[in-house]
Design a protein around this ligand. Sequence first.
Ligand SMILES: Nc1nc2c(c(=O)[nH]1)N[C@H]1C(S)=C(S)[C@@H](COP(=O)(O)O)O[C@H]1N2
Ligand SMILES: [Mo]
Length: 246
Amino acid sequence: MKRRNFLVAGGAAFVAGCNRIAETDVGQSMLGAAEGWHKRAHRLLSDREALAPEYPRSAVSPYFRGNGSTDPQTGDYPRHAGEGFANWRLAVGGLVDTPLSLSLDNIRRLPQRTQVTRHDCVEGWSAIGEWSGPQLSLLLDAAGLREEARFIVFRCADNLNGQDYYESVDRLDAYHPQTIVAHRLNGEPLPIRNGAPLRMRIERQLGYKHAKYLTAIEAVASLDDIGKGQGGYWEDRAGYQWYAGI
Ligand SMILES: Nc1nc2c(c(=O)[nH]1)N[C@H]1C(S)=C(S)[C@@H](COP(=O)(O)O)O[C@H]1N2
Ligand SMILES: [Mo]
């Protein structure tokens, strides 16, 4: 990834400069502090890249409850549901070279990842489910994500309390191997309750980041002009953390 190359290259130049500074006492203590900083930065980065725990299929919860919207009645959603989602499209756009409009068939034909993970909701419940779908990175690479794109926004079909649900992540989470566009739960097409026909899985973060009823993926340079500017429905509405790491 570009970001990692940048950090490694920056680190090498930094260390070369420090070898000269280290010859003085002041330089020694500066170097000590900088080394500590460097280690912490490295640890933070590798924490972000670590995988969320995965469980055996036998650990799957008998019932994966729904939360927030569980049966959207706004816009085109009821019509799509009535058609069995045969005409659903997922747009991939914004700061990309080639905007895409994907059918569910397109998505099912991509290489798939299946993962059994635990979902944690801030409201105090958890459930384990088996999710399948292509990695988001495949879609972003197919569309040609541009350098200036810093965030990926997920648009949803449901409208809750007068606001369209949406969410967003940075490039690191967008390219995380467990970040998938899921279309199956426990070996079946997603139930409406859990986000049919497509929902995000952002496994290193809390439940509200996992956008359901996904209609579009949009690459942007800033979140300021999206929704009320805080990066997500709950972030805008109730001040939830934008980065909800677990
Ligand atoms: N579009 C949309 N996505 C959403 C929500 C929602 O209301 N609408 N609720 C969020 C919250 S708070 C949680 S905990 C999970 C719940 O996923 P589930 O319904 O599959 O349990 O979806 C998240 N994604
Ligand atoms: Mo949640």
